[in-house]
Write a protein of this length. Structure first.
Lengths: 655, 152
């Protein structure tokens, strides 16, 4: 019964979205206030209906209702509760329901916090948002219905893929979707502005918090996925340049660019058409990510949704929305003339450079991801584009970005002086050179990667601190730091976070140490100054798996510093094993231990890694997200997002 | 989401062995280092975008052993890679060659960068020479609203 209610609510939501996509748009065109006003209650109703639908599906998973096809395929009664819930989105149909839930959530948020938008703009934003919604409701109901029953329910389910039964991965998709789908609001704002035919400073200010929010969620989502890969896949890789990873990374790069170009729109009323284009492309790339993941076009091995019908449907959505928006852009972009004036050396120019680097980096990822397809279709060559290509082609742009960032971030608006900024940044530069030099001499004869990464990391972190300190001015009154706008803190924290991540990536890639051997019981061995000893191996039983658990003592200078329990698990229902690496997390390095199979000659295969600065990669992402949160709580944004009660009533022209 | 697909890839190649095994490792550390370097550039054919050095698949193990065999015969890194490409096609190369139209793949980023730099430079020059007169383009009503929003 509850399931049927959920199904029904989803259909109703689709109908509400149809109304919301048409009525407010006509209202905005004809300037009929009553028709425009339909948008807000419709957005709220749409969200509540999808929420009911999602709750119904969750209920089915939680109560292990095996009369539902989706539950049978992705759940099991013995599965821990957390994974019963995360199982809701651990499959194609359920994840699409999560997708529309978030889409309608953002629509509702825009309705609730859009009080101070001009009525026509608000009606159009919500109308465009609902159009995207209609397409995805149709997709779910026609090709991927999660509420299908089975005629003869089995006694138990087939369990969720064990690799997905992990806390990191349980929350990875919701965050990623919040980011992907959050960009839909920027898209709706861009299209609505194109229909209105005007983009001004206020528009830039309205779009920024939404971009910031999506970017922040994308950052967290990508970091969670990468962290999961690090500890779960058994050798500590954190990024594989896989098409599916790239699909999430491209919107992140574009959202970061959009974040910065919207600042120029707000401050200087310049870069307007470029910002609109970015907003369209950022969401377009999100849609493309969905398409890549679910069509099976680029990944030869996949099981999410191999159905070509679904792939074609999403391709249709992608073409209609991105194509339509770009056509509208081509027709209207000419009308948007830049207004502000700024010098060649200025913060504005630095932000243009930021956009160039981020957009080109995104383009490199895009070309690399799609090239195997192009090569096969046009030249009949079956080839691969893997990590070595991306590392070579992508990294230079990130290095340039890192070099320019602290300088650009401190240049004055309108007309800056490089000399003045460089004088302020001299200590930061000196420190960065010293750190790089130190590590260059220590490592001797290896690649440049480590020192360059640490140089950039130090330069970015010290640069962010310099930026904050410069705001204190000559007064040396450091309490002023606390009174700085939160957005300034957000900027510094996020930029420093990028530095932390860069240092972490370089450190891990340059100085990782590895040892692979057959470890005999109670026979210590050494790696990187640490002594490891396998003390014992036990068979352990978990809630829905069996585990071979090793016990490893790690010693430094004879004293034990860690006791690790690497596991190899077997999930009998899903019939597959997973490795659970045991990691001793420390500030400067991780010790990463993996246990393998028993050997006939006695002993177990063991892999031990020393991974310098590994945690910095994700710590930096946390800093970046934190910077986003700080900026979002800045008073100006709260006002711009319309959270203030007094704002809507006055000063809005009656259009 | 991205991870789901990757993981589901792993399902299909359910592990028999685990990446590099102790019994594969060559006695000479210098030769082993070369083998590892070569392995990291070769794609496991049955996996999803994984190199044979990291892969658990049995085919990857066969390839790893083959790489070591060729190294022991005394071939250079390039000869080993050529040997494997001859048998498995250029699909195994994770780093595509620059041959044929592939130059476009490698040049795409730098070319766009140059183009974007030129466009950006022209735009910035235009902005620095523009007169500020157009800034008064708002109507009084719009100005009032803008001011109110910015003031808040």
């Amino acid at each position: 019964m509850i399931t049927e209610l959920g199904h029904f609510a989803l259909i109703l939501a689709a109908l509400v979205a149809c109304v919301q996509a048409v009525v407010p748009m006509i209202g905005a065109h004809k300037r009929w206030p009553g028709w425009m006003a339909v948008a807000e209650p419709a957005a709220t109703a749409q969200f509540l209906l999808v929420l009911i639908s999602f709750a119904a599906l969750t209920h089915a998973f939680v109560t292990s209702d095996f009369s539902l096809r989706l539950v049978v395929l992705n759940s099991h009664s013995a599965k821990p509760m957390l994974y019963k819930i995360s199982g809701v989105w651990g499959n194609h149909e359920g994840s699409m329901l999560l997708w529309v839930l978030i889409l309608s959530l953002f629509g509702a948020l825009a309705a609730w916090f859009g009080g101070n938008l001009p009525p026509t703009l608000r009606a159009r934003v919500l109308g465009v948002q609902a159009m995207v919604g209609v397409a995805f409701f149709a997709f779910i109901l026609l090709t991927s219905n999660p509420f299908l029953r089975v005629a003869v329910p089995p006694f138990d389910g087939q369990d969720l893929n064990p690799l997905l039964q992990d806390p990191g991965l349980a929350f990875h998709p919701p965050f990623l979707y919040l980011g992907y789908v959050g960009l839909s609001i920027c898209f709706s704002f861009a299209v609505a502005a194109l229909i209105e035919g005007r983009v001004d400073a206020a528009w830039g200010r309205w779009v920024r918090p939404w971009t910031l929010l999506s970017w922040m969620f994308l950052t967290i989502g990508i970091a969670l996925g990468s962290w999961w890969a690090y500890y779960e896949l058994g050798w500590g890789g954190f990024w594989f340049w896989d098409p599916v990873e790239n699909a999430s990374f491209m919107p992140w790069l574009l959202a970061a660019a959009l974040l910065h170009s919207a600042i120029v729109v707000e401050k200087r009323e310049a870069l307007k058409s470029w910002t609109i284009l970015l907003a369209i492309l950022a969401f377009g790339f999100s849609l493309m990510g969905t398409f890549i993941v679910r069509s099976g076009l680029l990944t030869s091995v996949h099981a999410f949704a191999t159905d070509p019908e679904r792939g074609v449907f999403i391709l249709g959505i992608l073409v209609i929305f991105t194509g339509g928006a770009l056509t509208l852009f081509a027709a209207r972009a000419g009308a948007m003339q830049a207004k502000g004036v700024f010098g060649i050396v200025s913060r504005e120019s630095a932000l243009v450079a930021n956009n160039i680097l981020l957009a080109v980096a995104c383009f490199v990822v895009f070309v690399g991801t799609l090239w195997p397809l192009v090569a096969e279709m046009l030249f009949g060559r079956k080839l691969s584009v893997g990590a070595p290509f991306f590392n070579m082609a992508f990294t230079p742009f990130m290095v340039m970005l890192g070099l320019l960032l602290p300088i650009g971030a401190m240049l004055s608006w309108k007309r800056g002086k490089i000399g003045r900024v460089m004088r302020q940044l001299a200590p930061a530069l000196g420190l960065a050179i010293a750190v790089a030099g130190l590590f260059w001499t220590i490592q001797s004869g290896r690649s440049l990667l480590g020192p360059v990464g640490l140089f950039l990391g130090t330069w970015l972190i010290a640069g962010a601190i310099t930026d904050l300190l410069s705001r204190v001015g000559q007064s040396r009154d450091y309490s002023r730091l606390l009174r700085l706008p939160r957005a300034d803190w957000g900027k510094a924290v996020a930029h420093a976070g990028l530095g932390v991540t860069m240092a972490g990536i370089a450190g891990l890639m340059a100085w990782q140490q590895e040892d692979i051997r057959v470890a005999e019981l109670n026979q210590p061995f050494e790696l990187g100054g640490y002594e490891f000893e396998l003390l014992g191996v036990e068979r352990v039983r978990g809630p829905n798996y069996f585990s071979t658990m090793g016990e490893v003592a790690v010693r430094q200078d004879g004293a034990e510093i860690a006791h690790l329990y690497p596991e190899k698990r077997d999930y009998p229902v899903a019939k597959m094993p997973t490795t659970e690496a045991a990691i001793d997390y420390r500030f400067l390095r991780d010790i990463y231990v993996v246990i393998g199979d028993p050997q006939q000659s006695g002993g177990w295969t063991m892999r031990v890694y020393i991974k310098p600065l590994a945690n910095w990669i994700w710590a930096g992402c946390i800093f970046m997200a934190l910077g986003g949160i700080l900026s979002l709580t800045d008073r100006r944004f709260r006002v711009a997002a319309g959270a203030r009660k007094a704002a809507p009533a006055k000063g809005v022209p009656a259009e | 989401m991205m991870r789901f697909v990757l993981t589901l890839g792993f399902v299909l190649i359910a592990s028999i062995a685990q990446a590099v095994q102790p019994d594969e490792i060559l006695d000479d550390p210098a030769l082993e280092a070369r083998a590892r370097e070569i392995s990291q550039g070769l794609r496991c054919l049955v996996c999803q975008n994984e190199n044979i050095d990291d892969s658990n698949a049995s085919l990857a193990r066969d390839l790893r052993l083959l790489v070591r065999e060729r190294i022991m015969v005394g071939e250079s890194n390039e000869e080993v890679v050529d040997y494997i490409v001859d048998r498995y096609g250029e699909f195994v190369l994770l780093k595509p060659t620059t041959g044929g139209w592939n130059w476009l793949l490698w040049a795409a980023g730098p070319l766009l960068f140059l183009f974007a730099m030129a466009t950006g430079a022209l735009y910035i020059r235009g902005r620095s020479r523009a007169t500020a007169s157009t800034e008064a383009g708002l109507s009084a009503e719009e100005k009032a609203r803008l001011e109110q929003i910015l003031k808040d």
